[in-house]
Ligand binder design. Structure first.
Ligand SMILES: Cc1ncc(COP(=O)(O)O)c(C=O)c1O
Length: 395
């Protein structure tokens, strides 16, 4: 029989979040009034002046290749944000720009993981982490956290999972899907552990600007002794509502890692889209007050969603510190009405109540579903009302 698929491809799970978005779009195209809590992207349009920058770039004829790891202007703009926002100094030569933060992560895993290497991943985790690590030949080692602790990891548990094969620790604070932002003392302990066991730290800081309740953000690289072992990942997707433009980046003071990530990119995608880079330059260099306005709107929506959840018997959720997701505990309803797991619950919501949410299983918990509040207050009220009815029906 003709061999078509590699074992790698055969074992790969498609992204659960993108699958729900596709189903949601399909139902909507059939005229169904779906409330979408599945989105992993801001619902705001990309600011006009950022779109204008992309158009001007095209009109200047910037339709050719740029350097593989991004234009010098963009690397300088990235460095500017690090230093102005966090006092964190990077040189343009320490930045690699890719087609989204997801691509940056992919390059990092390809550049740093050998067969059998173990990478610590904190639960609940973003769906793509274990798959991307496995694609690189590594083993994701899941660090459990407790909902009672607000999903904050216990450093003693982290240390108990470190073996001679552990090479890296992957962090995502504020987190997708729980919204937890790790407290400073925990971050310091994680930095000490990384130092003690000589681990690379990959810190996915894509939600750094979406923090609520006056929480302030601590980049991992600013912790004592951490910068030289940290690869920081970020991008413009969430902060500036630019998901479709596909610009993300890594920052790392290790020349060998920067070179390897660039070389991998040179043999796969080459540079990210040239006009998208021009738009990202404007986003990073331009006024930042729009980011604060967007954050304030998200904060109000989070409050509204949490208030509505509190009114529904049987549901509970940890209040997210950041990002735009609520990781809703639905365990009371598993086992009822033929619902076997988080996928069953999400399917029931979509089929019976036209509410799209992402099952928690692919994030590491069958007791949860992920609701995105990157949608209007009106939709939040409508969707939560439907969820209330759905839960009441299950009893
Ligand atoms: C935790 C996390 N990291 C990275 C990304 C990828 O962002 P980008 O659109 O820049 O690839 C996402 C997007 O959902 C995310 O939630």
């Amino acid at each position: 029989m003709m061999k078509i698929l590699s074992q790698r491809a055969a074992l790969l799970k498609p992204s659960a979040t993108l699958a729900i978005s596709a189903k949601e779009k399909e139902l909507r195209s059939q005229g169904v009034d779906v409330v979408g809590f599945g989105a992993g992207e801001p619902d705001f349009p990309t600011p006009a002046w950022i779109r204008e920058a992309a158009k001007k770039s095209l009109d200047r004829g910037e339709t050719f290749y740029t350097p593989v790891g991004g234009s010098l202007d963009l690397k300088k703009a990235v460095c500017r944000r690090f230093v102005e926002d966090y006092g964190l100094e990077y040189q343009p030569g320490e930045i690699v720009v890719s087609c989204g933060a997801k691509h940056s992560l992919y390059n990092i895993f390809q550049a740093t993981i050998d067969q059998g290497d173990e990478v610590l991943v904190f639960a609940p985790y973003w769906v793509s982490y274990p798959e991307m690590i496995a694609l690189s030949g590594g083993s994701p080692i899941i660090v459990p956290t407790r909902e009672e602790d607000g999903f904050v990891p216990d450093p003693a548990v982290v240390e108990s999972l470190i073996t001679s094969r552990t090479t890296a620790m992957l962090l995502n604070s504020p987190s997708n899907p729980s919204g937890v932002s790790y407290p400073q003392d925990v971050l310091v302990k994680l930095a000490e552990l990384a130092d003690k066991h000589d681990l690379l730290v990959i810190s996915d800081e894509i939600y750094d600007k979406l923090l609520y309740d006056n929480h302030s953000f601590t980049p991992f690289a600013t912790l004592p002794g951490a910068k030289n072992r940290t690869v920081t990942v970020n991008g413009v997707s969430k902060t500036y509502a630019m998901t479709g433009l596909r610009i993300g980046y890594l920052a790392c003071p290790r020349p060998e890692l920067v070179k390897a990530a660039t070389d991998i990119q040179s043999q796969s995608t080459s540079n990210p889209s040239n006009p998208a880079q021009a738009a990202a330059v404007e986003a990073l260099n331009g006024p930042q007050d729009g980011v604060l306005q967007m954050r304030d709107i998200f904060e109000r929506r989070r409050n509204l969603m949490m208030d509505e959840i509190a009114k529904i018997p049987g549901l509970r959720a940890t209040r997210p510190d950041g990002a735009f997701y609520v990781f809703l505990n639905i365990s009371q309803f598993v086992g009822k009405g033929g619902i076997a797991d988080s996928t069953g619950f999400a399917q029931y919501l979509l089929d019976r109540y036209a509410v799209a949410a992402v099952p928690g299983g692919p994030f590491g918990s069958e007791d949860h579903i992920r609701l995105s509040f990157a949608t209007s207050e009106e939709c939040i009220l409508k969707g939560m009302d439907r969820i209330r009815k759905a839960c009441a029906e299950l009893g």
